[in-house]
Ligand binder design. Structure first.
Ligand code: 1PR
Length: 609
């Protein structure tokens, strides 16, 4: 289709600009990236997708000579749309970088959520909100705006995607700018508009169909909102009260790896083992076939196709984990970038990518992450690296971060919301009081285990204990009955951190890990469980609850989902902000909407698109 016009995108070199460009393209417009300062004043439609930290953004604008023409463009009331940090930089400054001036168009200083007085806590801690504010939240529109002209129906029951730690507050001095507010402990400004200059704290490019409609509202460029807006859209604007709050997120996860033929496929393990096991087949030919299949990597299809399907089915986010990159000595993985670029053309919800994000000889983890952001990732997930970083923090740095880890570096440049830590814990069962005392002396938190372990789990556990130093596990028959019995007795355990896809055990427990990475600046925890992975028997509630209570950042519960009720259980028994599943969605056993319906029916907030 012919382009409806050219949109200039201000890219100051941080964060996921690709998603914004893809969303603009999807709306039918052509994108031009601003390279030289002069181009700002030549723009007819200017979009500023700010990502990362306030200080970094303002400094980059200055270095590139963008600040002065940008101020001039805004002062002249030319069509401007800022996103997230692109909204915050319109203010006079931010507590994120005290003393550094913003663009100064809007009176006020952007605050840290937990520095604002008078908020009401979410209950996890009496004095603190969970920050970053991540997820889908309601938007109260204070006045009509052309931003809502293409939105179908009312805004009151819809949610947009937010991810930020700092917020702008409405005051007497800036009230003519306030377009929308959102509730998260306090009421903060979630969109601003004055004439042709508008901006949202939420991410329209990550807010599914609603976000694309809002972006279209800006791009349609008609200057008089009352003329343009359909009656419905006007109703969608004025003085509404949001009927919805921050929702629990349902995330679809794609474990990807190259199969034996070298193609990138979606796979899924059972206790992290992704190879086919025994198959019972009747006739001889089928037996031969089964033999060939046994040991092959399970293949659920192409990542880009599956991701699109999950987006269309209503997934709130999609996560990709490259589960074999840890083995590689180089960060080749161009196929991962190709995949991400393809996915981000069609999927307008947040994308997380993990697996192998660490230093490689001459390439730093920060560079590896940067490339993923540029390919369309909103967040990167670090697993093995994080375990080693926290061990170093404890053993070498006396618990004091010194800025040297990739977690600190990535979160400084891209914001802590962009850094997810994937935790791969495994239960270590303790048989005697001495063992308990020994574990506790090392600072590991010991739990009473209430659920029974099936015989197969015991055998797998015993086998893993013997072999988790890196060698291939022996065949099942080699596990002696004694080992299986020994593993079945105890009723207490601690959660040991592992690296390299669960193959190596490390002297750290899951609680120590999450508290360590929070200190280093991680923004979110993706909490797996090797014991529960692929079992479809429900999430590890004890683990999720303990981890969630140990940190002030959001936690995604993962591993073990087998039915919609398991999501209801994890959301009602723990404060996890999100729950992730893989197998049930891949095998089409449960629809994403069926999960959401169950969560909704249980009275828990969830986005139904
Ligand atoms: O250590 O930074 O290179 O990252 C490697 C990443 O790959 C880690 O996030 C690690 O969790 C993941 N990973 C490594 N090996 C495997 C494997 O399966 N052999 N996958 C693996 C882990 C975890 C979940 C999973 C849920 C839900 N997958 O994301 O999909 O357990 O599954 P379910 O709903 O079917 O139970 P690094």
């Amino acid at each position: 289709a012919a382009s409806q016009g050219v949109v200039h995108v201000l890219d100051y070199g941080a964060g996921n600009v690709r998603s914004v460009e893809n969303a603009i393209t999807k709306c039918g417009y052509e994108v031009k990236t601003i390279v030289r300062p002069e181009e700002i004043l030549e723009a007819e439609l200017l979009v500023f997708p700010g990502v990362g930290s306030f200080g970094n953004a303002m400094r980059r604008l200055q270095e590139k000579g963008f600040e002065a023409p940008l101020k001039e463009y805004i002062a002249a009331d030319r069509p401007f749309f800022g996103i997230c940090l692109g909204m915050q930089t319109l203010f006079e400054g931010s507590e994120e970088e005290p003393g550094l001036p913003g663009l100064g168009a809007i009176p006020g200083i952007v605050r840290h959520f937990n520095a604002v007085e008078g908020f009401s806590s979410d209950g996890s801690d009496d004095t603190k909100l969970t920050v970053p504010h991540i997820g889908w939240n309601g938007v109260v529109c204070r006045k009509p705006s052309r931003l809502f002209a293409s939105v179908e129906g009312s805004m009151a029951d819809k949610r947009a995607y937010f991810v930020h730690s700092y917020c702008a507050l409405a005051t007497e001095a800036n009230k003519d700018w306030v377009l929308c507010t959102t509730q998260y402990g306090i009421d903060f400004v979630s969109a601003v508009q004055k004439g042709n200059v508008m901006a949202t704290q939420f991410h329209p490019e990550k807010s599914g169909g609603l976000g694309l409609a809002i972006l279209k509202g800006f791009l349609s460029r008609k200057s008089d909102p009352t003329e343009l807006a359909a009656p419905d859209a006007l109703a969608a604007g004025e003085g509404q009260v949001a009927q919805v709050g921050l929702s629990r997120r349902i995330i679809a996860c794609l474990d990807v790896r190259k199969n034996d033929a070298g193609d990138l496929v979606v796979t899924k393990g059972d206790g992290y083992d992704v190879r086919e096991k025994k198959k019972v087949k009747e006739d001889e030919a089928a037996k031969e076939e089964a033999k060939a299949e046994k040991g092959a990597v399970r293949n659920f299809g192409k990542p880009a196709e599956l991701a699109k399907r999950y987006y269309e089915d209503g997934a709130d986010e999609v996560t990709f984990l490259n589960i074999t990159q840890f083995r590689e000595d180089t960060m080749e993985a161009e196929t991962m970038h190709e995949m991400l670029r393809a996915v981000s053309q069609n999927v307008f919800v947040p994308l997380t990518i993990g697996g192998g994000i660490r230093d490689y000889g001459d390439r730093t983890a920060l560079e590896v992450a940067a490339k993923y952001f540029r390919s369309g990732a909103d967040k990167v997930s670090l697993g093995s690296y994080a375990v080693e970083a926290v061990i170093r923090l404890r053993d070498e740095l006396g618990g004091k971060p010194d800025g040297s880890t990739a977690i600190e570096k990535i979160s400084t440049v891209y914001g802590n919301q962009a850094v997810v830590i994937s935790v791969d814990p495994r239960r270590i069962y303790l048989e005697t009081d001495d063992e308990v005392a020994e574990a506790e002396a090392k600072g590991y938190k010991v739990f009473e285990v209430v659920d029974d372990r099936a015989a197969a789990d015991r055998a797998a556990y015993a086998r893993w204990l013997r072999t988790s130093v890196g060698e291939e596990p022996p065949a099942e028959s080699e596990v002696s009955q004694d080992e299986a019995d020994a593993a079945s007795r105890p009723s207490r355990c601690w959660f040991q951190c592992t690296v390299a896809g669960g193959r190596k055990r490390r002297p750290l427990d899951a609680i120590q890990l999450v508290q360590g990475v929070e200190k280093l600046g991680a923004g979110e925890i993706l909490l797996n469980s090797i014991d529960k992975d692929g079992k479809n028997s429900g999430f590890d509630i004890a683990l999720v609850d303990a981890v969630r209570s140990a940190v002030g950042i959001p936690v995604i519960a993962s591993s073990g989902a087998g039915a919609p009720e398991h999501f209801v259980e994890v959301f009602s028994k723990t404060k996890a902000e999100a729950a992730l599943a893989a197998g049930i969605f891949h095998r089409e056993e449960v629809e994403i909407d069926a999960v959401k319906a169950a969560v909704d029916d249980a009275g828990l907030p969830v986005r139904r698109s």
